[in-house]
Design a protein around this ligand. Structure first.
Ligand SMILES: [Zn+2]
Length: 311
């Protein structure tokens, strides 16, 4: 456990896949600690957390979930059992959490969706198989306390940070932004289009980056990697990254209809493992849908397959 600015504590939990770790933060409050995110629900997560919490003076009064991805929500139910504290989660994020992790038919829906985006059947099976790897390690808390951006949790204001996940919420107080996966230092957060996600996640993300620049926090504490000393500067870099990627996407388009799957090879290369391809397709689609809204690309649907052409 590390001590950071303002008495905030950071607990780093292992991840079996890249980037190999995820951070949870403990925010000091008058009545006790607010724990932000839980790590993935590895079989020994509860024991690991019990040992960590023993080092803490005072009790955890709130478990806050920034977004429903496995590395952030996986041990939520364990922490609720350990601490007795209520779990607090964004309303939209919890709805998507139920849709994905509470729904045994989700994998079929994902298969169908990748097919629509042009992935061949054998590849689709591999892509979706990869996504179920995490399922056994997700113990989210049912019926959490639902909150919205603009509300406060233990003195911290909740800020909407859509893009990486539609319903992701960050927390801000006294110039400190608990950034989840909205801003990361060295990694570019993935911003993908997924079934049942909002229609223009990249547009949402670019708007959320503008909001970060406006808020201009002094420091951001991300879900992965080191604290970010210039959050507004990092937000500008990420905007620039997507501006370039949008240009590359325009260049990849022609008058011939192409699927998001095929276009992902032009943008992300041919050598990707299935998990990498899954994100590459979702990222390619989020850029294509942004371009459609900028009148720089056209979206077509025929015979259950979605394709794109140059505008
Ligand atoms: Zn994460």
């Amino acid at each position: 456990m590390d001590e950071l600015v303002g008495g905030i504590r950071r607990v780093t939990m292992p991840l079996p896949t890249r980037p190999g770790h995820v951070h949870a933060y403990l925010l000091p409050g008058e009545d006790g600690w607010t724990l932000v995110d839980t790590g993935i629900g590895l079989p020994d997560a509860k024991e690991t957390w019990a040992a960590e919490l023993e080092q803490l003076e005072g009790r955890v009064v709130t478990v806050f979930i920034t977004h429903f991805h496995p590395d952030h929500i996986g041990a939520a139910a364990d922490l609720h059992e350990l601490t007795g504290a209520p779990v607090v989660q964004g309303a939209l994020d919890y709805a998507q959490c139920e849709l994905v992790w509470g729904n045994p038919l989700w994998s079929e829906r994902l298969v169908e969706w990748f097919r629509q985006q042009g992935a061949p059947d054998d590849v689709t099976a591999e892509l979706v198989g990869q996504s179920s790897v995490y399922r056994p390690f997700i113990r989210y808390q049912r019926d959490p306390i639902l909150v919205e951006a603009g509300e406060h949790v233990d003195g911290w204001e909740l800020v909407a940070a859509p893009g990486h996940a539609d319903g992701q919420l960050c927390l801000i107080r006294d110039g400190v932004l608990i950034a989840a996966d909205h801003l990361l230092g060295r990694i570019t957060p993935t911003v993908g289009l997924w079934p049942a996600s909002r229609p223009d996640p990249l547009g949402d993300y670019l708007g959320a980056l503008d909001r970060t620049i406006e808020l201009d926090p002094e420091i951001a504490l991300p879900g992965h990697g080191d604290p970010i000393a210039d959050p507004a500067g990092r937000a500008r870099e990420l905007k620039e990254h997507h501006r370039v990627r949008l240009e590359e996407t325009v260049e990849a388009l022609t008058g011939e209809p192409e699927t998001g799957y095929v276009l992902s090879f032009a943008l992300f290369g041919a050598d990707l493992p299935p998990a990498g391809r899954r994100f590459a397709v979702a990222e390619t689609l989020s850029h294509l849908e942004r371009l459609v809204r900028e009148d720089a690309a056209r979206h077509h649907e025929a015979d259950g397959v979605v394709t794109y052409t140059a505008a």
